[in-house]
Write a protein that binds this ligand. Structure first.
Ligand SMILES: *Cc1c(COP(=O)(O)O)cnc(C)c1O
Length: 414
């Protein structure tokens, strides 16, 4: 059994041991993954690391002691609100990640409906492309989840969503974009429907919040999804995704700051004194806030535009290259740097193609529906886009060659 060692090892040995452990991990620095990480360049990496280290042990629960963290957090929220359509009344909360942002939004929707309408058996209606973390939140919060199949255009079917609503529906959800397909739901229509019924409308822009506005500025067609869309109540946007900050940084933004009160915990039932919090956390890492602030200020609009351009260029190279390989096609539509490719030729076994790619060191993201391969690009993929297409081409040849290259039994879809 592994235990805490009786005597500790010297610092150098410990740090070397960690570096040695990492050797078997996938090579994200060379773009071999299209999931889990975001990387632009060494300068941004240095800014992220040094900023995090500058606040490596400060606790962001203690803003009385660390007023600088409050000011950094307030500026991060204000910058995000100005990017994402927040008006004069808007507000926001810095959280640990998209799952927490979404949990808080669903809790707020539940609490508001309970207080205002006496709702006892709340339900949430959402497209089935929405992230599973909504189901996790619903389970913890005692809410029913109603997943509605997306239309043939891979976007939320608003008419079908309406049909699943009833007097106990407390929230509607749309993604901007969703993770499986990278498509935007018709946010304006979902928000209008929510407003009609007095329901909370949450826009899940976890993956799109810090990318989509810049992709739009490059001239791509991105529908309105911002807080300014009438009927939108809240939005999740992850700074630790395309905001290019280290892990542990997301935002829950609200069109009306008064709605933050619905996800506030406030109690005096303790000897130690009153305790209140807008998140699910107690102790919060100050480094995450400092590094998010640093990444945003280091990149600026210009840096984010550069990221968006690199991603969309990588996507154009990859999708054109893959579509040109006989037997493959790209699932359409796809609005942003997320796409799925698959076998259009029924005799081609995509599992074998995936295994061949995996054997070359490319971590493969298997999509279940439709059976295919999922990519979520970040700026580094611009450098390896051509290499990836060549690897796919070789993998298809290997799969057709009938080599036994079964996908591992432990392969996860995500
Ligand atoms: C990543 C993601 C989430 C969850 O965010 P985490 O930071 O992984 O908890 C939710 N929705 C979408 C669309 C995402 O891409």
């Amino acid at each position: 059994m592994t235990r805490i060692p009786a005597t500790g090892a010297p610092a150098d040995a410990i740090l070397a041991a960690l570096q040695a452990r990492k050797q078997g991990d996938r090579d994200w620095r060379h773009g071999r993954l299209a999931v889990y990480f975001y990387w632009l360049d060494e300068e941004l990496e240095r800014v992220q690391q040094q900023a995090y280290l500058a606040y490596w042990t400060e606790n962001n629960l203690g803003q009385r002691a660390f007023p600088s963290l409050k000011s950094l957090e307030d500026e991060v929220i204000a910058m995000a609100l100005s990017l994402l359509g927040g008006g004069d009344k808007a507000g926001g909360t810095f959280t640990s990640g998209g799952s927490e942002s979404i949990f808080l939004a669903m809790m707020a929707a539940r609490n508001r409906a309970r207080a205002r309408r006496g709702t006892r058996q709340p339900n949430i209606v959402l497209p089935n492309s929405a992230h599973l973390t909504f189901d996790r939140a619903a389970e913890a919060l005692g809410m029913e989840i109603r997943r509605v199949p997306v239309g043939a255009d891979l976007r939320a079917d608003v008419v079908a969503m309406q049909a699943r609503m009833d007097g106990d529906t407390v929230a509607l959800v749309g993604s901007a974009p969703n993770y499986p397909f990278g498509t935007f739901d018709p946010i304006a229509q979902i928000a209008a429907l929510a407003a009609q019924h007095g329901a909370w409308m949450h826009v899940d822009a976890c993956v799109g919040g810090f990318l989509a506005p810049y992709v739009r500025r490059l001239g791509h067609d991105i529908p309105a999804f911002e807080l300014s869309v009438p009927g939108v109540t809240s939005m999740s946007a992850d700074i630790h995704k395309h905001g290019m900050a280290p892990k542990g940084a997301s935002l829950l933004l609200v069109a009306d700051a008064a709605d933050r009160e619905w996800h506030k915990f406030d109690s005096r039932a303790w000897q130690r004194g009153p305790y209140s919090a807008y998140t699910t956390q107690g102790t919060r890492p100050g480094g995450a806030v400092a590094a998010a602030w640093a990444a945003m200020n280091h990149l600026g609009d210009e840096g984010y535009l550069r990221c968006a351009r690199l991603i969309m260029e990588a996507k154009a190279i990859m999708t054109a290259g893959i579509a040109a390989i006989p037997g493959l096609d790209i699932l359409q539509p796809s609005d942003i740097g997320i796409f799925v490719w698959r076998a259009s030729d029924p005799t081609l076994d995509i599992g074998k193609v995936a295994a061949a790619l995996d054997a070359e060191g490319w971590l493969v993201g298997r999509q279940q529906e439709p059976d295919g391969i999922h990519l979520h690009l970040n700026p580094i993929h611009r450098e390896v886009a051509g290499e990836y297409v060549e690897a796919v081409s070789r993998a298809v040849a290997a799969a057709r060659g009938g080599q036994n290259s079964r996908i591992g039994a432990n392969e996860r879809t995500y």
